[in-house]
Ligand binder design. Structure first.
Ligand SMILES: N[C@@H](CCC(=O)N[C@@H](CS)C(=O)NCC(=O)O)C(=O)O
Length: 243
């Protein structure tokens, strides 16, 4: 069975957009997997999570490279019916989520004081109080540096959230009132979208970014439908509740 290494859950939820993307993809591809919860990414071949270990011991890191590897080795491809144009649109959207929106989301959790209070208790609550303050401050400083190097950390919070709103509006317009981004069934871009959007709607980090996301009803309903369909959200729990 595939061993999927990801972060330990917080609030009962897979709180990394990249690991939730991969877990969603595994579910929509009907592949069996076992999750292994880690507190740090230090075991990963690339120093980030997720990574997988296959039955023969092969280790692959990076959610997209893992998906390519599984498509190849399992001879499955939820994207096989996409046209060239749809593939191009999917890549553009993926880059929007992963290379831009990710940093807005990361700002809302790690830098915005409102988000940080919740992130700190949710991610580091397992540590005793003194150690928690120290460790969380070190990780927060690393993330602040990474955001500065990437560039987003040089903008004001208002500017960052305005960019987030533009990202979400773009995603909402491209989805429209369809059930999936392309065709009648989920493809890889739906796994990516779920990984990121569920990490806003269903995680109890209450920031301006979540308020903005809640303006886009079609995205919220899409996430609830996907989450229920894939068994991440229980129907009885209703909207916004993790499983
Ligand atoms: N391109 C990678 C990105 C993975 C990623 O950024 N993972 C974050 C968590 S959301 C991480 O492990 N960060 C740890 C670090 O940067 O030290 C993928 O698609 O898997």
């Amino acid at each position: 069975m595939i061993r999927l290494y990801q972060y330990a859950p917080a609030w009962g939820m897979n709180v990394s957009p990249f690991t939730l993307k991969l877990e969603t993809w595994l579910k929509l591809s009907n592949l069996d997997y076992q999750t292994i919860a880690l507190r740090t990414p230090s075991q990963s071949p690339k120093g980030k999570l997720p990574f997988i270990q296959d039955e023969d011991g092969t280790r692959v890191a990076d959610s997209s490279l893992i998906i390519d590897y599984l498509k190849r080795t399992r001879k499955i491809d939820p994207d096989h019916e996409l046209t060239e144009r749809q593939r191009a649109e999917a890549i553009s959207l993926q880059r929007l989520f992963e290379e831009h929106f990710y940093f807005v989301l990361s700002h809302s959790r790690w830098i915005d004081p409102l988000g940080w209070a919740t992130t700190k208790s949710g991610y580091f609550g397992f540590l005793p109080p003194g150690v928690r303050d120290l460790v969380s401050a070190v990780v927060r400083r690393q993330i602040r540096r990474a955001q500065h190097a990437q560039g987003i950390g040089r903008h004001s919070q208002d500017e960052i959230y305005a960019m987030g709103r533009a990202d979400l509006r773009t995603i909402a317009v491209l989805l429209g009132n369809r059930s999936y981004f392309f065709g009648d069934g989920p493809t890889t871009i739906d796994a990516i979208a779920y990984g990121f959007l569920a990490n806003i709607y269903f995680v109890p980090i209450e920031t301006e970014l979540k308020r903005i996301a809640l303006e886009f009803d079609n995205l919220r309903l899409y996430c609830e439908r996907l989450g229920q369909g894939l068994g991440f959200l229980s129907v009885a729990a209703g909207s916004g509740s993790p499983q």
